[in-house]
Design a protein. Structure first.
Length: 162
């Protein structure tokens, strides 16, 4: 019996239902389901519309989806070059610990190299020690001296309308 090989491919508009399912699984894992309001229509417009806000790659074994990564370019004024921000990396629980997350991260790093980007960065929840240890094992360094700030919802509307 042969086993299917792991492959990473660029998502297409046909993948939107799968992407939304993975996002919802991630939200459950991160205990943030109450914040997940994405819909297929929003994702189709945001990822595949006239002004895509992000890119998605999907990792799969044969036809079975293992996980995904959603990312977009950012910019480092200090480097004077763009970088890549990884918004979400998710591997389904039954596939964890088998190297698929590492393959996805290596794929993103190769995109950075190919595009001549200066860095690859992302955030991780403080309680997710397994992920923190994994990222450190790959050479990633925590940016402990930085605090993420966010403005959303009514506060964003208020700030933007003044």
């Amino acid at each position: 019996m042969t086993t299917p090989e792991f492959q990473i491919r660029r998502a297409t508009v046909a993948d939107v239902p799968t992407i939304l399912s993975l996002i919802r699984e991630l939200a459950d894992f991160e205990r943030l389901s109450h914040e997940c309001v994405a819909t297929e229509a929003l994702l189709e417009e945001s990822l595949f519309g006239p002004r895509p806000g992000a890119e998605v790659v999907i990792g799969q074994l044969g036809s079975e989806v293992v996980g995904f990564a959603l990312f977009f370019p950012n910019f480092s004024t200090f480097l004077g070059r763009p970088g890549l921000y990884l918004e979400d990396l998710f591997v389904r629980p039954k596939y964890r610990g088998q190297g698929y997350g590492e393959h996805l991260l290596r794929h993103l790093a190769s995109i950075c190299v190919e595009r001549d980007y200066g860095r690859l960065e992302w955030s991780v929840l403080d309680w997710n020690q397994r992920a923190i240890d994994f990222y450190k094992s790959l050479g990633a360094q925590p940016m402990d001296e930085w605090t993420v700030f966010r403005v959303t919802g009514d506060a964003l509307t208020k700030l933007g309308s003044q």
